[in-house]
Design a binder for this molecule. Structure first.
Ligand code: IVH
Length: 698
């Protein structure tokens, strides 16, 4: 136990009530010093005085475990390690940004905005585009409830324990100037300041550990630790820049949202500006670009976002990006080096990619020693050869590229590089597909096989439990599987000696594979990894042709009878199936006794667009409804479901086509807009009356 300071009562002799009072005041004090130290760089007490406060709080919580809460500053030191990071769905999808590399693209963006808004008083919020790892933080009633990495945009990894250790992330929102909302989902970027990054690497080198390549890798590595005590040792900072969802507060502009984030104690990016013209955007971009090398954090452009929120909702998003924002990128950094050698690498789908091995050169803080030359045509177009001097660039995430050859008068050049006439992995003669050179030995070429097996067993395909990428790699590396069909011959005895396997797991995997001999045709088609055939097309092909043989015999025109299948797709499918090696591999696979089942009735499209049963009596069919403000007697998500079930469309923004705006407490700009447009406004009671028995009350 921690030694008590003179004059302090031993924690375990305090009553629960006394402990609660002291804990509450210590938390306020520790939080305040945390903020002064980390957010304001203006500490008021010495480190040892801070440590004493912190330890006292820890001791009190340890002696009175029922008083420990997740928002206590003591929770920042990390918790017990997890076995794996859970998958967590975002409150709203985390989209990415469309990018512009030239001012003309920004100009076109601005024109689109002005046209859509018919408003010459346009305002844009400008921010640095931070090069870190993007995160969602969710606060419920002001308390940090969870933190989730971006992942695929819809689902990310739950990293709550880790994020709790980051000093710039408030565990509880400040409320001294603004009350905390009932729900806040905020997006931000976890970054590592360059000085912190260098210190971290220095420590790693001293400890005999490999240094990180760049702050972004170090950041995402730190965020995804299973042991949050490790994360607590890493110098992370989170800067918040986007209110993704809020209930119980309403903003008319992004700048208001950013001000609120600040008021709630979150840290926001530096140098945020609000401007009204492309010229001002250009100037901001130029200014940041010029200062880029002297900043103490990495950025790769500036973000331009429409300030007004109501038009944002009206403009909406594509499936990938919002239409109301754009990332105006900086020119990628380029450096000059020499190509030592060119070799060919074989990817998961069989594409042979020429790769240049370079004299190592530092490009924007990262040492680059190889760069993709993409494909045969690119290689010819750039005419780069072994020994040539070249300019290379690295743009954000993108793999380094050879931009161009630098002419050197008087130097004798090597021979042009020619693509090999045998796959470097399996020796099969490659075929040319447009600019690409492809190894057609799709199911047996070792370079492709691991990926093929993993894909075959993946969730949308045969969904074979226990057949993940690590196992697939083992099976291939140990020579147990030489082509895809071999997985059906695996025995328990084959698997038991493998690392990570015991009798039970071996038996389970063999059984799981065996069971999938009976499998829905659509899943089998997905699993084969036919080019262009994803889940939707596979379902369509299965419903139309109903057997593997029928598909293998189908003429392209027949495939094109399916809605959504065009000539490009049918040619890709046909080309794949006609490849003799593919065809032989399929024969061998089917000979393992696979029995695909096909659906008896043609199923509707998954989005249910054809209409569900919604009862003809519902008045709500086709009505457009907007919910705004903090609903007190309804759960927002259940209400949304109810309305949708009744046939209404719940939309995000008020327009003249909106039928009803449902208002809760503090409604803000949407209510104003509804009044302006003379749209019917319902409060919660009026809504309940109209809903009758269907109301989804909290
Ligand atoms: S706004 C809907 N602002 O850049 C997107 N994004 O593809 C709203 N990023 O991973 C994002 N700095 O997380 C915004 N100041 C900033 C940003 C920023 C970095 C990230 C974003 C995403 C990527 C864009």
């Amino acid at each position: 136990m921690t030694a008590d300071q003179p004059g302090q009562t031993a924690p375990d002799t305090l009553s629960r009530e006394e402990a609660a009072t002291e804990i509450a005041s210590l938390r306020v004090e520790v939080d305040r010093h945390d903020r002064l130290y980390h957010a304001e760089a203006a500490p008021e007490i010495s480190d040892s005085a801070y440590d004493a406060l912190f330890r006292r709080l820890q001791a009190l919580e340890a002696a009175h475990p029922s008083l420990a809460t997740p928002d206590s500053p003591t929770q920042r030191v990390g918790a017990d390690p997890l076995e794996s990071l859970p998958n967590v769905e975002h409150v709203v999808p985390m989209l990415s940004l469309d990018s512009a590399h030239e001012i003309d693209a920004v100009r076109r963006f601005d024109e689109r905005m002005r046209k859509a808004l018919e408003d010459d008083e346009i305002r844009y919020v400008l921010e640095p585009k931070l090069d870190g790892a993007s995160l969602e933080l969710v606060y419920v009633d002001g308390v940090l409830g969870r933190a989730v990495t971006r992942g695929n945009g819809r689902v990310g990894e739950g990293v709550t324990e880790n994020v709790r250790t980051i000093p710039s992330v408030p565990l509880r929102l400040r409320e001294d100037t603004l009350p905390a909302p009932a729900l806040l989902s905020v997006r931000g970027e976890a970054i590592m300041y360059l000085g912190d990054f260098e210190n971290l690497n220095q420590r790693r080198i001293e400890a005999g550990e490999p240094p990180y390549q760049n702050p972004r890798n170090a950041t995402s590595g730190a965020l995804r630790q299973l042991d949050s005590r490790v994360t607590a040792q890493r110098p992370l900072t989170v800067l918040a820049y986007d209110v993704m969802a809020v209930e119980g507060a309403d903003f008319a502009t992004d700048s208001e949202g950013l001000a609120a984030l600040k008021a709630w104690g979150l840290r926001t990016p530096d140098r945020i500006e609000v401007v009204g013209s492309v010229e001002a955007i250009e100037e901001y971009h130029r200014g940041f670009d010029a200062d880029r090398e002297s900043l103490d954090y990495e950025i790769d452009g500036v973000v331009v976002k429409l300030d007004a929120l109501e038009p944002r909702e009206r403009m909406g998003s594509t499936s990938h990006h919002p239409r109301w924002a754009i990332a105006y990128k900086f020119e990628p950094r380029k450096e000059v080096t020499r190509i030592d050698r060119i070799f060919v690498s074989v990817g998961r789908t069989g594409v042979l990619t020429p790769v240049a091995l370079l004299r190592p050169v530092e490009v924007g803080g990262v040492t680059v020693s190889r760069a993709s030359l993409h494909n045969r045509e690119e290689l010819e177009r750039k005419d780069v050869r072994e020994g040539d001097q070249v300019r290379v660039q690295r743009a954000g995430d993108v793999i380094p590229q050879v931009v161009e050859r630098i002419e050197e008068g008087g130097r004798e050049r090597g021979d042009p590089f020619v693509m090999p006439d045998a796959c470097p992995s399996c020796g099969t003669e490659p075929i040319e597909k447009g600019p690409f050179t492809v190894c057609p030995n799709h199911f047996a070429c070792r370079a492709q096989l691991r990926g093929r097996i993993t894909h075959f067993g993946s969730r949308n395909a045969l969904d074979i439990e226990g057949l993940g990428s690590e196992t697939a790699a083992l099976l291939v590396d140990e020579g147990l599987v030489e082509e895809l069909a071999d997985i059906f011959d695996l025995t328990e005895e084959d698997l038991v000696p493998l690392e990570g396997f015991a009798e039970v797991s071996a038996r389970n995997l063999v059984a799981a594979i065996g069971e999938r001999r009976t499998v829905e045709l659509a899943r089998l088609l997905v699993g084969l990894g036919i080019p262009e055939v994803g889940v939707t097309v596979a379902a369509d092909l299965a419903a139309h042709f109903r057997s593997v043989d029928a598909i293998r015999e189908a003429a392209p025109e027949e495939m094109e009878e399916i809605h959504g299948v065009g000539t490009k797709m049918s040619a890709a499918v046909r080309g794949f199936l006609d490849e003799p090696r593919v065809s032989e591999a399929l024969d061998r696979l089917m000979a393992k006794g696979i029995e695909p089942t096909s659906p008896s009735v043609r199923e509707g499209k998954p989005d249910g667009a054809e209409g569900e049963s919604m009862g003809p009596e519902s008045d709500w069919v086709g009505k457009r409804v907007v919910l705004t403000g903090a609903l007190e007697t309804f759960s927002r998500s259940e209400l949304k479901d109810t309305l949708q079930r009744l046939g209404a469309r719940v939309t995000g923004s008020v327009s003249s086509r909106t039928d009803y705006v449902v208002v809760g407490a503090n409604p803000g700009s949407k209510l104003a807009r509804a009044r302006e447009l003379d749209v019917a406004v319902l409060d919660e009671d009026e809504l309940r009356e109209r809903l009758g028995a269907d109301a989804a009350t909290r």
